[in-house]
Design a protein around this ligand. Structure first.
Ligand SMILES: *Cc1c(COP(=O)(O)O)cnc(C)c1O
Length: 221
């Protein structure tokens, strides 16, 4: 039986040093998180507000928590104290609300814009058109408690690696386009969050800087 530490070691051997591993601990116990922590892992991702706010206070304080799931506006207030990066900003209404709440709490919250790159229409995310319509006005004076740090996307759930590769290449292009058009001098805008247990290798080949891996670290649950 392989342990969480073994799984982490294998993964880290495959991930280039410039990319970060986000250990997706959704549905996992605090004990499982501690096991990964003791093996050296420091960045964890949760996709439900309730799970994040329950587990984070029970875990070591120097863990960097990322929020990776669909975020409802009524949950923003609770996650702001914990979330060092929100990967899943899929509307500008949401971004505005995050900024407002971060401001109230005296914080600045780092965010990624989530793009819809998959064929399936079940996945959340912005289109390039929507993003540009908004970013044409960026920076917006009353949205000043968030930093835009890059993009995030999820590929189609399929065994066809060509489809997945095409979608990740597309997200990389979106990133490069936005970077050159809106953020050329902004060093914070640098992240491409893509790749999960079944497709992180393809994501890395296409320039991922953050892979979000759950099952391959913690097993099925
Ligand atoms: C669950 C989840 C992951 C990790 O998925 P695995 O297949 O378990 O690696 C990554 N990103 C998001 C947004 C998720 O919800």
């Amino acid at each position: 039986m392989t342990t969480i530490a073994d799984n982490l070691r294998k993964l880290l051997a495959e991930i280039p040093p410039e990319a970060k591993l986000i250990a997706v601990s959704k549905n996992q116990s605090v004990d499982a998180i501690l096991e990964a922590y003791q093996a050296g892992q420091r960045i964890f991702g949760e996709n439900k507000a309730q799970e994040l706010i329950t587990k984070a206070p029970q875990a070591p304080g120097n863990i960097e928590w990322h929020f990776i799931g669909h975020l409802q506006t009524n949950k923003i207030r609770q996650i702001i104290p914990y979330a060092s990066l929100i990967h899943s900003v899929d509307s500008f209404r949401l971004l505005r609300e995050i900024s407002r709440e971060a401001g109230k709490q005296g914080r600045n919250t780092r965010c990624l814009l989530q793009f819809h790159i998959a064929e399936e229409d079940t996945k959340y995310g912005l289109s390039l058109e929507e993003a540009e319509e908004f970013l044409d006005q960026w920076p917006i004076p009353d949205i000043n408690h968030v930093s835009l740090c890059g993009v995030m996307g999820m590929a189609t759930f399929t065994d066809d690696e060509n489809v997945v590769a095409r979608e990740f290449a597309h997200l990389h292009e979106i990133y490069l386009h936005l970077k050159s058009k809106y953020f050329p001098l902004d060093d914070s805008f640098k992240e491409i969050s893509m790749g999960m247990s079944d497709d992180y290798r393809i994501a890395i080949q296409h320039g991922s800087t953050m892979v979000r891996v759950g099952t391959r670290i913690f097993g099925h649950r």
